[in-house]
Design a protein around this ligand. Structure first.
Ligand SMILES: *Cc1c(COP(=O)(O)O)cnc(C)c1O
Length: 371
């Protein structure tokens, strides 16, 4: 008898090549491990909105609890109509997701597979290789330039079998931003059979003059897919809701591989209300601008290099990042190591409230002080 074979032994090698996503350490986990009170822990590790959920979204989420026995609207009509109105796009070009992570995976499921490849940049968002490899496609990592996307290198990396190029703008974890003119030239130069996924998870934090006119580009480029999220500036990370904007033909394919009820009813209601809450969005941006200035000044004062960032986080170079990460944990401050992104000397710090940023800076100063 041949040795018994388990189903796991028959799984393709491409699945074993996937490095599982490493989330930020949860507050309750650190509290348990270190014997700390949860209230004394500062988490600046997952680019979450330090203001929490906005008042309108909170009220809508609470009201939606009354309908939890019912399936959600699988077509997300209310949220799609609100997005269409808000953004001036047609509803047929909107795809809703359980977080924008979900729509990134829908792109991979619909357009990638064995015999195809996807291109993304060194130091780019970890979900791009994950989704690519899970689909059985080959991931091609183009070298970065100054920690950001090198569009010439990305263009050169595109092969005959490439179906998708992923670009995060601003990028996570580096916070780098591509000028709109360069991005436009890149998209215009790509063959139409290659989709460009432009991930704008942090777009709401950009000043108006830095934003790419990507909604205009959608009308011109049928191979462009924009992805956006309610997890960051809108403060709804725990509800999981995001969306893609694309040509109706592309959106139709993505909707075919989507779970029928991939966005839950509380998320649909809260996101619809959050879109209308301009005051909360403005406050989120304001807190972020203040915190960014506070952290950058603090890093300067400590003599630490950082990568100038356009997001709600900043990568600071601390040298032995793993040791500093652990020393920060011992002081109740959670940040994100980014060695798995090819940045072994940096830590990514999400921007918090002023007192949270101060806690991080004080802890860093104490840890890095010469003995
Ligand atoms: C946070 C993030 C996302 C999306 O997160 P969701 O919560 O799944 O919407 C997407 N892209 C980048 C670059 C991010 O940093």
């Amino acid at each position: 008898m041949p040795p018994a074979m388990h189903a796991c032994d028959l799984v393709g090698a491409h699945l074993r090549a996937i490095a599982p996503y490493q989330p930020g350490k949860p507050i309750d986990e650190l509290a348990r491990e270190m014997g700390l009170a949860e209230a004394d822990i500062v988490k600046l590790a997952s680019n979450e909105n330090p203001l929490g959920i906005g008042p309108r979204a909170r009220a809508a989420a609470a009201a939606a609890l009354d309908t939890l026995a019912l399936y959600p609207d699988g077509n997300g009509f209310m949220l799609k109509s609100a997005l269409a109105r808000h953004l001036g796009v047609g509803m047929a070009g909107i795809v809703l997701g359980n977080g924008s992570n979900d729509v990134l995976e829908l792109v991979a499921r619909a357009f990638l597979g064995p015999g195809t490849s996807a291109v993304y940049a060194q130091h780019a968002f970890a979900v791009y290789p994950l989704a690519t490899l899970a689909a059985g496609a080959v991931g091609i990592e183009a070298p970065a330039r100054d920690h950001g996307h090198d569009l010439a290198a990305m263009r050169a990396a595109v092969r005959a079998d490439t179906r998708v190029v992923f670009i995060a703008n601003p990028n996570n974890p580096t916070g780098t931003l591509l000028p709109a003119t360069e991005l436009h030239a890149f998209i215009a130069d790509l063959p139409e059979h290659v989709l460009v996924v432009l991930d704008e998870a942090y777009g709401e934090y950009l000043d108006a003059d830095l934003r790419a006119p990507s909604l205009e580009w959608l009308k011109r480029f049928p191979n462009l897919v924009l992805t956006r999220t309610f997890s960051k500036a809108y403060g709804l990370a725990g509800l999981r809701v995001g969306y893609a904007l694309a040509a109706p033909e592309v959106a139709d394919l993505l909707n075919r591989v989507r779970q029928p009820f991939n966005v839950n009813s509380v998320a649909l209601a809260a996101a619809t209300a959050a879109l209308e809450d301009r005051a909360f969005l403005a406050e989120s941006r304001h807190v972020n601008d203040l915190g960014m200035a506070q952290l950058c000044a603090g890093f300067d004062a400590l003599g630490l290099d950082f990568i100038p960032s356009f997001g709600n986080f900043v990568c600071v170079r601390v040298g032995r990042a793993d040791a500093v990460y652990r020393a920060l944990l011992a002081r109740g401050v959670i940040v994100r190591p980014v060695a798995n992104y090819g940045l072994p000397e940096h830590l990514r710090v999400s921007i918090g409230l002023p007192q949270q940023n101060a806690r991080l800076l004080e802890a860093l100063a104490a840890i890095l002080a010469p003995a």
